[in-house]
Design a protein around this ligand. Structure first.
Ligand code: C5P
Length: 262
């Protein structure tokens, strides 16, 4: 995936002498660009601009609904890692079956809502692993969203959850791990308490990242890429700071530059 010389390496002569290429690859692998776009042609053009310089691309509800599975299949076939961010939440049989279809598509990572419960997650991880083992393919990384970062105490109280929000997040992280999932999606502010609760060897992916050059947009509790990785994030998701940049490749370079300074 990273074999060809990346645009980053070509265009950042000042850093490439200090940072060895395996370091660059290590940092680039952590960076997932959110393709929050409404059409497949737009998404294809962003991918061709950035392919080889970032670890993966995230296809969420908007693009999947607008661009469909053909786009995901094409990206996968062209060697691009896809994080299918559809946050499945339904009865165990439906989510397990949808997840098997995601695995059949060859996505590198997908997610569900931990609020779907332990049985839903167990059925899903068992079905996906069984499918991948019988088809001799690598199982995707399976993540669960604990509590959406757009939620606060009042939002969970409204649906009848009286537990403290941070306790609720940790409870769902433990449930996710016990259900055979690989990790969670969480705010960078929660990474260290999640690590404390479930230990290492559990993937934590964090959105809500703002490089120092970017504005916050509508994200409230943001961290820079370096802060998030220092706090223990395995992967960071960045959308608008890259998508809306006048020069997207340079925006990626700047993020990798921040990570190289860790
Ligand atoms: O543009 P921005 O960098 O804010 O995009 C963040 C991406 O991460 C979006 O695709 C958004 O849906 C997703 N996300 C988030 N907060 C969460 C979960 C996912 O911002 N808690």
């Amino acid at each position: 995936f990273f074999k060809q010389k990346t645009a980053y390496e070509i265009s950042t002569r000042d850093w490439s002498s200090d940072v060895c290429s395996s370091d660059l690859e290590k940092h680039a692998e952590k960076l997932i660009v959110a393709l929050d776009l409404d059409s497949a042609p737009e998404a294809r053009s962003v991918v061709s601009e950035l392919k080889g310089t970032v670890g993966a691309f995230k296809v969420g509800l908007q693009l999947f609904t607008g661009g469909g599975r053909e786009l995901v299949r094409d990206l996968v076939e062209s060697g691009v890692r896809v994080f299918l961010d559809l946050k499945f939440h339904d009865i165990p049989n439906t989510v397990a079956s949808a997840a098997v279809e995601a695995a059949r598509l060859g996505v590198w990572m997908f997610n569900v809502h931990a609020f779907g419960g332990g049985e839903m997650m167990r059925r899903t991880s068992d079905s996906v692993r069984e499918f991948c083992s019988s088809s001799s393919t690598q199982a995707p990384i399976m993540l669960a969203v604990t509590v959406l970062t757009s939620w606060d105490q009042e939002n969970i109280r409204e649906i009848g959850v009286t537990e403290n929000l941070s306790e609720q997040i940790l409870r769902l992280a433990r449930l996710t791990k016990d259900s055979g999932f690989d990790g969670v999606v969480a705010s960078a502010h929660e990474v260290s308490s999640i690590r404390g609760a479930v230990g290492d060897g559990f993937t934590v992916l964090t959105p809500g990242i703002r490089p120092s050059f970017a504005t916050k947009d509508d994200q409230k509790r943001v961290m820079t890429p370096a802060e998030a990785v220092r706090a223990g994030s395995d992967y960071i998701v960045v959308g608008r700071p890259v998508l809306n940049a006048p020069d997207r490749a340079r925006a990626v370079e700047a993020i990798l530059g921040e990570l190289a300074g860790i």
